[in-house]
Design a protein around this ligand. Structure first.
Ligand code: MTE
Length: 315
């Protein structure tokens, strides 16, 4: 992650009002009526941000009502090295990524391995909206309304065997579609991992959407991991494989910089990255820095997972 540049400040009036996406059903109904009365082709497939709207069974705000990041920043300032190391170029370069058909293979130490078609997988679990803080190790943060389902639901369905201790996730490998993979910026394909107990923590979700719509390609369509108490690099995008293993996976970032990126990557204001202090963060859209919270503010839900561990050593 060579650059820690953040976009220009935006003022509050530019932040997308929550009503814009929360009332999307009304918006859709109104625009469908307007389209019908004006006898122009209906735009009923697209939500306010241009993506397909997703229905959610429930919505929980895990960001203490902190302002949601403006959609343009969440979808326009991205780390996705398969396309570019330039955050502003990812959205354009990933536009053509084919996310259908898409297969997600669940394998390894489980009783029920299976290659799921992405649409089949999504239909298995009720979708929820989860508003979470996202803290990047580079020092910026956002608040994102994700749409997804608990990873735990898929894990239970797959029936892990007793030897399964970790879960390894892999991104698509396709240099023809992903120009960044033609250079050895990272060890491809992108690999991430969680301990099994982290993976089944109720906060951990597989995301298929954000801001009420299907995930834009630049944000990891069609399926990405969201682990809100960890740094953003754990949120692996465009997943094609989930494998249950006995040994701790070696992730792409651990290979790239073993002294900089550990397996755990828990947000911790007391343990600095060699190049960036982790004590404070800059919320995209805000001027003053704010203090970074232990486990990104989710200590109550996850601190017990690390009881007795030296978090300086297991960073
Ligand atoms: N997943 C893949 N496959 N490739 C990547 O380069 N970047 C990570 C993570 N997931 C990355 C990835 C990093 S460093 C961050 S901070 C987040 O995605 C950024 O997610 P966002 O673009 O949705 O904000």
């Amino acid at each position: 992650m060579p650059s820690n540049k953040v976009p220009d400040d935006i003022n509050a009036s530019e932040i997308t009002p929550k009503e814009v996406y929360l009332n999307r059903r009304e918006f859709m109904a109104a625009s469908a009526m307007a389209a019908a009365s004006a006898a122009i082709p209906s735009l009923s497939e697209a939500g306010p941000h241009g993506g397909t709207p997703l229905k959610t069974a429930k919505r929980v705000d895990y960001a203490a009502s902190e302002a949601t990041t403006n959609y343009e920043n969440a979808a326009g300032y991205n780390n996705f090295y398969e396309f570019s190391t330039n955050k502003e170029d990812v959205a354009v370069l990933s536009k053509g990524l084919r996310t259908r058909p898409w297969t997600v293979t669940i394998e390894g130490l489980i009783n029920k391995p299976k290659a799921y078609d992405i649409d089949e997988l999504i239909k298995l679990f009720p979708l929820e909206e989860r508003i979470y803080r996202l803290r990047c190790v580079e020092g910026w943060s956002m608040v994102i309304p994700w749409v997804g389902f608990p990873l735990e639901a898929l894990i239970r369905r797959s029936e892990p065997k007793t030897g399964a201790k970790f879960v390894e996730f892999t991104t698509l490998l396709d240099p023809a579609q992903m120009p960044g993979q033609r250079r050895e910026v990272l060890h491809w394909p992108y690999v991430e991992g969680l301990r099994l107990d982290e993976a089944i923590n109720p906060l951990t979700i597989l995301s298929v959407g954000m801001y009420g719509e299907v995930l834009p390609n630049q944000n990891g369509a069609p399926l990405r991991l969201v682990v809100p108490w960890k740094y953003g690099f754990k949120y692996i995008k465009s997943i094609v494989k989930i494998r249950f293993v006995e040994q701790m996976p070696v992730t792409s970032w651990m290979k790239a910089g073993p002294l900089e990126y550990g397996f755990y990557a828990n947000v911790n204001p007391e343990v600095d990255h060699p190049r960036w202090s982790q004590a404070k963060e800059r919320r995209i859209g805000e001027f003053l820095k704010r203090k970074t919270l232990m486990f990104n503010g989710y200590a109550e839900q996850v601190a017990a997972l690390y009881a007795g561990m030296d978090l300086r050593r297991f960073f």
